[in-house]
Ligand binder design. Structure first.
Ligand code: GLC
Ligand code: GLC
Length: 641
């Protein structure tokens, strides 16, 4: 059995080179988080003969990681212990980008920290930067070595330099950790392919089609267009391998405790280089169960609970962001529910808010958005919050259920189809320019690619040289940013959106990218374009200035601390989206007009939901209430207290 006493005894000799105070700290944290590590571990692996022995091995890795932890990071651990809500605060603002596309590499990033600071960024997510397989690597999500930086981007020493430079500016560093799969070129995979023990147990390998066929009966396809099926045959190995995503991404076998131990070791290695947030990629897929979709199985949450405990013991400054792009019911547990409350992810993508934003923009109706966000989401979480965003490097999947659509008398399939058509621009009257991603003729499922600005109408407006439409597109983009800055959680700005970067079709000329339309919204950052942010009147100046202003106003509003619950409000006026942040300090009522028309809400409505002060804290102007209504111009956003 696993007991705290035994764990202490296992760790003690490994810590003996440390000063007594450092040993004591480890011991206190082990005591605090022991059951959070041991209980899920035992639930997952307790039936195995080697469970206890493996657990000792895990503890040894935790102790070794603590011994290796550099002093400035131990200092950061203490800071985080003292201010555990640091990532929940209203001053948190994230920025997400590819190093090569932003400014070349890690060293290049150092030259651009002033730019990020100017925008108001306090959290920097480097898209995958660990050593990928050669050739197509799914944008770096096919990793062949977790302990090396992609040589095209720099070295591990450069990463440490960047982490330290960010820390000095009060910014934290987020890095991807892909834990559902490795590249088939990873050393573990190569050994497994050559049938070398113990690595054959690191992956899902089958000698014949019996099990793959049985699983396929209920699995869905993630990349049906370019990577159909969930298994790949390797003639040399004489085996089928589980490959949920691309052929070169081999799913790890998390029923093997050694996989957990290896990944925890990698995670702590990265934490000790100065990484403050790990973005745990594609976590929904980690556990397989016959007869299911093999997504969001309860064991996934046990694994994530254990991973979080490991960080809390050996690198407590590290927080976890879990990437699960799933339906609302399945999404909420990633921020900790039931026995995992307060113990699992600290951050998760609010993909439902993102999808509803685009759905409401297209329909000019906020009924479905309000219904979904009001009926499925708790008002707040323990030690966890959303990452709110409008766009990211991935496609938009129209995760709107038939039940939710049905509740409003809409057909789910028809609405999803409409959205896919609208955001390619092919639907009559659409302002959007985008493309389809992975349309699946079997299921009718279609997703979309496209940059924020192009999807929001800037590209079509520029094409038509229509100044009014340009102005409208700018308002849509700013309204969206005001939404993610106030809804609750850490707003993430996706690279270039602050300047209105448009779709980039050059990916079609790249052999490694042309099959994947997501590259159209991963453009190279254009620094000449960025310079125009200081030229008044330019699109860049309006967007950059507007977004910077929104973020600065967010930081001035204590009512936007993530612990302040978000409560959806119903208005009589369709097209308006409204919510209240009901924290103890300065409750805020936020209103958004999702249409190109003037809309109004009665002053009495505002008073009834608690508005006392008819000042918009976003524009810092007085709100007029002629005829006893709050009049909202097209795409308006106001924050009232
Ligand atoms: C995540 C990434 C996506 C990638 C997938 C497989 O969902 O965001 O870009 O394709 O994982 O690693
Ligand atoms: C699906 C998956 C997500 C992945 C994305 C890539 O949404 O759930 O993990 O990143 O597809 O397109």
């Amino acid at each position: 059995m696993l007991t705290l006493e035994r764990a202490r005894a296992t760790c003690a000799p490994l810590l003996k080179t440390l000063a007594p105070a450092e040993r004591e700290l480890f011991d206190l944290r082990l005591k605090r988080s022991f059951s959070d590590l041991a209980e899920p571990y035992w639930a997952l692996y307790g039936h195995r003969a080697d469970a206890t022995e493996r657990f000792d091995g895990l503890l040894a890795r935790l102790a070794a990681a603590w011994v290796d932890r550099p002093d400035p990071l131990r200092h950061r651990d203490l800071e985080v212990d003292l201010e555990p809500d640091w990532f929940l605060r209203e001053d948190m603002v994230g920025y997400v980008f590819y190093l090569d596309r932003f400014n070349g590499n890690l060293r290049g990033l150092l030259e651009r920290l002033d730019y990020l600071e100017e925008l108001g960024v306090t959290y920097v997510h480097l898209m995958p930067c660990l050593k990928p397989r050669p050739g197509d690597s799914d944008g770096g999500y096919s990793v062949m070595d977790y302990r090396q930086i992609n040589p095209a981007l720099g070295t591990m020493a450069d990463l440490e330099t960047v982490a330290a430079a960010l820390r000095q500016r009060g910014m934290s560093l987020c890095v991807d950790l892909v834990l559902n799969h490795t590249a088939k070129e990873h050393n573990w995979a190569q050994q497994a392919r050559a049938s070398v023990a113990p690595y054959t147990d690191y992956y899902w390998m089958f000698t014949d089609r019996r099990e793959p066929d049985a699983y396929e009966a209920t699995l869905v396809e993630i990349f049906p267009a370019h990577a159909p099926g969930n298994f790949t045959w390797y003639e040399d190995a004489g085996r089928w391998v589980w490959t949920t995503f691309n052929e070169h991404q081999w799913d790890l076998n998390w029923t093997n405790p050694q996989v957990m131990i290896e990944i925890i070791d990698v995670m702590l290695f990265l934490a000790n280089r100065g990484v403050g947030v790990v973005r745990l990629d594609a976590v929904a897929f980690m556990w397989k169960r016959l007869g299911t979709r093999c997504q969001n199985e309860p064991e996934v949450h046990q694994i994530l609970h254990a991973l979080r405990a490991a960080s809390r013991i050996a690198a407590p400054a590290l927080i976890h962001k879990e990437e699960a792009i799933v339906s609302p019911q399945d999404l909420i547990p990633y921020l900790g529910s039931g026995i995992h409350t307060g113990k699992e992810g600290n951050l998760a993508y609010h993909n439902s808010l993102m999808v509803q934003f685009w759905s409401a923009l297209a329909t000019r109706s906020t009924k479905l958005m309000t219904h979904v966000l009001a009926s499925h989401f708790p008002k707040n979480f323990v030690n966890a919050t959303w990452a709110t965003y409008l766009r990211c490097h991935d496609d938009i999947g129209w995760a709107i259920t038939d039940e939710d659509a049905g509740a409003l008398g809409i057909s789910g399939p028809a609405h999803r189809n409409f959205l896919a058509e609208f955001y390619t621009g092919s639907f009559p009257g659409s302002f959007a320019r985008g493309d389809l991603f992975q349309s699946n003729p079997l299921t009718g499922d279609k997703r979309n690619s496209g940059s924020l600005a192009s999807l929001a109408g800037l590209e079509s407006a520029l094409e038509a040289s229509d100044d009014r439409a340009v102005a409208t597109a700018i308002q849509r983009i700013l309204m969206g940013h005001a939404l993610i800055a106030s809804f609750g959680g850490v707003p993430l700005i996706y690279m270039g959106d602050e300047l209105g970067l448009l779709n980039d079709l050059s990916y079609l000329e790249d052999d490694h990218h042309k099959h994947d339309s997501r590259w159209m919204h991963r453009p190279k950052f254009d620094w000449a374009n960025a310079e125009r942010r200081s030229a008044p009147g330019t699109i860049e100046a309006q967007l950059f200035g507007g977004i910077r202003h929104i973020l600065a106003r967010r930081k001035a509003m204590p009512g936007f601390h993530a612990d302040a619950p978000t409560e959806l409000l119903q208005t009589e006026t369709d097209g308006i989206f409204a919510f209240r942040r009901t924290g103890p300090i300065q409750p805020v009522v936020a209103l958004f007009n999702f249409t190109e028309n003037w809309l109004a809400v009665p002053r009495s409505w505002a008073t009834a939901v608690g508005v006392r002060d008819f000042v918009d804290h976003l524009s810092q102007g007085h709100v007029d209430t002629p005829n006893d209504v709050i009049a909202l111009p097209p795409y308006a956003r106001v924050w009232l207290t």
